[in-house]
Design a protein around this ligand. Structure first.
Ligand code: URA
Length: 241
């Protein structure tokens, strides 16, 4: 049995707090009867839950990690008819959405789920989880550029928050760095690298919160393990409670 507000939130209708308000306002029915009690427990597999007289989805919650290749876009459909990440999810019948985005040219770890509440928690601007990127840049990156990235740089939409930056290696005409950021602004890493004068050649996300890409092959996906899902749920609880 689960708390009513949690089930509504997981269906992606609202945050848990908003779901509580909906319940108190008398907008929620269980098996045809209006319930305004917040502690009410329901069986999501058996009870029929309606919000504003619309039955909420009872689809099984699924959590997928995809290693997104370059050249795929992370939207449900594309007017320009480019390849979309959902083309890579053969065998998944649930209607999942991406948790955040990766640009068309960025590769690596992309999480997909139909758990709206978790998505809300992981992408909430004030609590965004750390995301780690491997960044290959043109030229021999300087200590100064690394320090600037770590402290925060000025983008047209404001200063970036402090980041963790590590030089992995220098090669003849390029460098490989690792950067962890907590924000999720549009093309953020690419823009940060442009500002410090070392444009991105290749960008790959290798970690989101407690999840690591490991050796998942490019273009393939796997379901998260129970342990991984529980780690994400802990983050969700901290954000939403
Ligand atoms: N930063 C970028 O520039 N692109 C992404 O896809 C993610 C982070």
């Amino acid at each position: 049995m689960e708390r009513l507000q949690k089930v509504i939130a997981q269906a992606g209708l609202a945050s848990r707090r908003k779901a509580e308000k909906m319940i108190v306002a008398g907008r929620v029915k269980i098996n045809g009867v209006v319930v305004t009690e917040l502690g009410t427990k329901v069986d999501p597999d058996k009870d029929i839950i309606e919000v504003d007289s619309q039955e909420i989805s009872r689809e099984k919650l699924i959590y997928i990690m995809l290693n997104k290749p370059r050249g795929y876009i992370a939207t449900a459909d594309d007017p320009q008819n480019r390849k979309i990440v959902f083309d890579l999810l053969k065998g998944v019948s649930e209607r999942v959405h991406t948790v955040g985005r990766l640009d068309i040219d960025t590769e690596g770890l992309l999480l997909l789920t139909n758990d709206g509440s978790l998505t809300y928690a992981l992408t909430h601007p004030s609590h965004e989880v750390g995301k780690v990127y491997l960044v290959s840049v043109k030229g021999k990156i300087t200590r100064r550029a690394l320090n600037d990235l770590a402290r925060g740089v000025e983008l047209e939409d404001g200063m970036t928050a402090p980041a963790q930056v590590e030089l992995i290696k220098h090669k003849k005409d390029n460098s490989l760095i690792k950067i962890m950021i907590h924000e999720g602004r549009n093309r953020q890493v690419r823009r940060m690298m442009d500002v410090v004068g070392f444009p991105v050649l290749r960008l790959k996300r290798v970690q989101v919160g407690p999840l690591t890409l490991g050796n998942l092959r490019s273009g393939t996906y796997r379901h998260l393990t129970k342990t991984e899902i529980n780690l994400l749920k802990k983050i969700e609880e901290n954000v939403l409670e």
